[in-house]
Ligand binder design. Structure first.
Ligand SMILES: *Cc1c(COP(=O)(O)O)cnc(C)c1O
Length: 427
């Protein structure tokens, strides 16, 4: 006998909330205690001394990060939002220049461009990977385009070969926002290390964290140096170094403390096992739902790995005659943690009203320079329709520590909803 859906008054499949993932263990506690006992919680100094580059734990963490990601430079920052600001600032961006960004991402992937008075130009995503669609990049390139900021959304690397070849052809720089995909692979290279600059968030929502924090990576000595300056009061020190190229050397304080770096050192050691457990859980879920009609589990291109910050499902609404929205509501009622929308940054009021600085429409209007970039709706078909919930369900994956029995409960939720699909027609 079919069991009654929870949304229609039946019993829930998952009666008790699943346990949230706590990434902090005794290793982190000991590491923090050692820093506290040393009395030295930060050594950064905004002046030309060795400590300009940070204290003992900062340097140790950066070295460990560089070893793991196989890059020349890792630069810790107090958030990946700060890291993105450093990255854009290091690229010789002029006010009014344009940076191409997928609209299906988090606010900071675009606000980092506005910070430098440059213009975010949004583009659409691929329907299967949810990452920037390389086929749609070139039509957005103008004489003002300086960079592409691609995002490895949900834990899957973007199509880097295609992106890097477009960038090379048009002489553009590429920044990878790899906040959601630490440790994911693209053709045996770690996501974030293929573009000119990449980087990661250590915010508590992410795979590994230090509460707040971020790490920028690059193989380019000059970019690395400029980003370290922006991190630490650039304008106050550029003169002391007798630097000639001082454009965009406006300094912030984006420094990460010794405590966070001590935690980060321990967290990084756990990243591989955290990824392995996410992948194990995702594979079990994928296997468990593979025979269900009209439901597609995450697409993984050949040569890439997925680290499942989120587990995106696609629902064939036409075939089933049921909306993903109703399926998501039914799943949630069973205790399955999911949502069926994600951000479209171009819809934010800052972009719709084209006002970032003051009331005069800056930076879209700077003197006689007027940007004709538009943020109209209906130009990013895939991202906009998924964002309205059409065909898309995202299962929240990073916040839980799924064991096999919990994943089996998830499979039962989906199975139960599929057994009762027709009842979801007229919710
Ligand atoms: C989390 C996140 C950021 C911002 O990172 P913070 O460390 O929270 O500033 C940027 N981009 C994406 C895609 C993210 O998921």
């Amino acid at each position: 006998m079919k069991s009654k859906l929870a949304i229609l008054g039946g019993d829930k499949v998952i009666k008790n909330p699943l346990k949230k993932f706590n990434r902090i263990g005794t290793e982190e506690i000991h590491a923090v205690n050692d820093v506290l006992k040393s009395g030295n919680l930060s050594s950064f100094i905004g002046d030309w001394e060795p400590d300009f580059f940070g204290g003992r734990k900062v340097l140790e963490f950066e070295e460990a990060w560089s070893n793991y990601f196989n890059v020349k430079h890792s630069i810790t920052v107090n958030s990946w939002t700060s890291g993105l600001i450093c990255a854009v600032g290091a690229l010789d961006i002029e006010p009014g220049d344009e940076v191409i960004i997928p609209t299906w991402t988090m606010a900071a992937s675009a606000s980092c461009v506005l910070v430098w008075n440059a213009i975010p130009v949004f583009t659409d995503i691929d329907q299967r990977t949810f990452n920037i669609d390389p086929k749609k990049i070139e039509e957005k390139i103008t004489s003002r385009t300086k960079a592409i900021l691609s995002v490895d959304i949900f834990g899957l690397p973007a199509d880097m070969d295609a992106i890097m070849s477009i960038a090379k052809k048009h002489n553009l720089k590429v920044i990878s926002d790899t906040a959601q995909a630490p440790g994911a692979l693209y053709k045996n290279k770690k996501a974030g290390t293929i573009s000119h600059i990449g980087g990661f968030s250590l915010n508590y929502h992410k795979h590994i964290h230090t509460g707040e924090g971020g790490v920028i990576v690059t193989d380019d000595d000059d970019l690395a140096f400029r980003m370290k300056l922006i991190r630490n009061h650039a304008d106050a020190v550029a003169g002391g170094k007798k630097m000639e190229k001082i454009n965009n050397l406006i300094g912030f304080n984006f420094r990460l403390g010794e405590i966070e770096c001590a935690i980060g050192i321990e967290q990084l050691k756990k990243l591989d096992s955290i990824i392995a457990s996410r992948v194990h859980a995702a594979n079990r879920l994928t296997e468990g739902i593979k025979d269900l009609e009209g439901l597609t589990s995450p697409f993984i291109p050949n040569g890439s790995t997925h680290v499942y910050y989120n587990y995106p499902l696609l629902v064939d609404e036409k075939k089933l005659g049921i909306s993903a929205k109703n399926i998501c509501l039914a799943l949630s009622a069973e205790g399955f943690s999911c949502g069926n929308s994600y951000i479209n940054v171009h819809k934010y009021p800052t972009y719709q009203k084209k006002i970032a600085y003051g009331m005069g429409g800056y930076p879209w209007k700077i003197g006689s320079k007027i940007s004709n970039v538009n943020y109209n709706e209906n130009q990013h078909k895939v991202a906009e329709s998924y964002s309205r919930g059409e065909g898309y369900i995202g299962a929240d994956f990073c916040n839980y520590e799924f064991d096999d029995s919990e994943i089996d409960l998830y499979i039962r939720c989906i199975q139960k909803v599929w057994d009762n699909l027709s009842e979801l027609k007229n919710l």
